[in-house]
Design a protein around this ligand. Structure first.
Ligand SMILES: *Cc1c(COP(=O)(O)O)cnc(C)c1O
Length: 355
């Protein structure tokens, strides 16, 4: 069977895992659908485009990405409409960001058509895995890594691109307590913080564990030079309502440019909110918390969409934010985004892609 859009070879499972399962586990990232997409970059071109049963991959112990970290990924979601159609949110933006990450990590770029069509064909084939329920979705994980077999620091001459799908429920159920991190750094100016590359997450684990032991769910990273400016939250960008304005750190080489961030800024401007992308100082957040004018704080990203922050730890002092039910902007935005992604709102920016 050949997909009509691109030359993708398709081999389907004999029996869906869904037939055997009594109930699908919807914990984020735990369950995978029946199929996966694979393509290889060799001799300067992408070949062997294939959808096949989800299975282990075999590789040489000398495969370059294991040793030298040329590994990048994306994350996006598909949602069901009330009519049972499937909509993918802003896949072109993810295709562009994958290639931005590829350029920074000195990897091969992937044509947008392969990115979009591999996802579309895979989601279509596994569409019965779309979970039911308002807070559920099908999480899409495209990723690419260097596959040349050698030991030595140079860019890999071969790459593999893959897509896997995971049905998932709500990400965070309750608001999160965050600590402003001033000892460790996630990324530095001129580094790879703006690329969605594996090592950034490995680097964040120890600081996150120390924060967790001190009672915090997440960290708010600060700039590596001075630890005085807020950067982001590791898997989410950070936003605040300060003095009635929506403020967020401007993007840089040490901040991942989130698609949820961009969507929220676009919609907020559309709604007539005062929006500022600029340096956000730890000191002004502290002053805002003391004066009671920092009324909302939240992380924004594909996995959680909007994660309300209930408490911020600054230099050992914990500051409590107003109750979530009183947060006009972030609640309104969370609702709007959910409805938009399910086709219940107008889509003037053409963000929705129907499967
Ligand atoms: C993926 C990610 C985000 C959020 O990006 P979205 O496109 O909104 O999902 C923010 N920060 C980091 C470090 C990320 O990896």
């Amino acid at each position: 069977m050949i997909s009509e859009d691109l030359d993708i070879k398709i081999t389907t499972v004999a029996k869906s895992k869904l037939d055997a399962a009594e109930e699908i586990e919807l914990q984020f990232g735990k369950t995978f659908t029946d199929h996966m997409f694979v393509a290889d970059y060799e001799n300067g071109e992408w070949t062997n485009l294939e959808i096949k049963p989800f299975q282990n991959i075999e590789m040489s112990p000398a495969t370059s990405f294991i040793h030298y970290g040329q590994s990048i990924f994306e994350g996006l979601k598909a949602h069901a409409t009330d009519e049972g159609d499937i909509l993918i949110f802003r896949p072109q933006a993810n295709a562009a960001r994958l290639n931005a990450s590829a350029r920074r990590l000195c990897m091969a770029e992937l044509p947008e058509a392969i990115f979009i069509n591999s996802i579309k064909s895979l989601v279509d084939l596994d569409r019965k895995w779309m979970p039911k329920g308002e807070s559920s979705s099908l999480y899409i994980r495209p990723f690419m890594f260097g596959t040349e077999e050698f030991l030595g620091v140079k860019p890999s001459g071969r790459y593999r691109f893959m897509v896997i799908l995971s049905p998932s429920g709500a990400y965070y159920s309750k608001p999160v307590r965050v600590k402003i991190e001033t000892k460790y750094s996630r990324a530095m100016e001129g580094g790879v913080g703006s690329a969605k590359t594996s090592g950034n997450y490995a680097a964040s684990l120890l600081p996150a564990r120390e924060g967790f032991k001190a009672g915090y769910d997440q960290l708010l990273w600060t700039d590596a030079n001075t630890h005085t400016r807020i950067e982001e939250s590791g898997t989410m960008n950070a936003m605040f309502i300060l003095n009635g304005k929506l403020i967020t750190p401007k993007t840089s080489t040490s901040i991942l440019s989130g698609i949820t961030r961009d969507s929220i800024l676009t919609i907020a401007r559309d709604w007539g909110y005062d929006v500022e992308e600029r340096d956000v100082m730890v000191s002004e957040l502290k002053a805002g918390l003391e004066k009671g004018i920092l009324t909302e704080a939240f992380g924004v990203g594909t996995a959680a969409t909007i994660a309300h922050i209930s408490e911020i730890g600054i230099d050992g002092e914990d500051y409590i934010l107003p109750s979530v039910k009183d947060r006009e902007f972030s609640n309104k935005m969370a609702n709007f985004l959910n409805n938009l992604k399910r086709g219940r709102e107008e889509d003037p920016n053409h963000w929705l892609f129907k499967v």
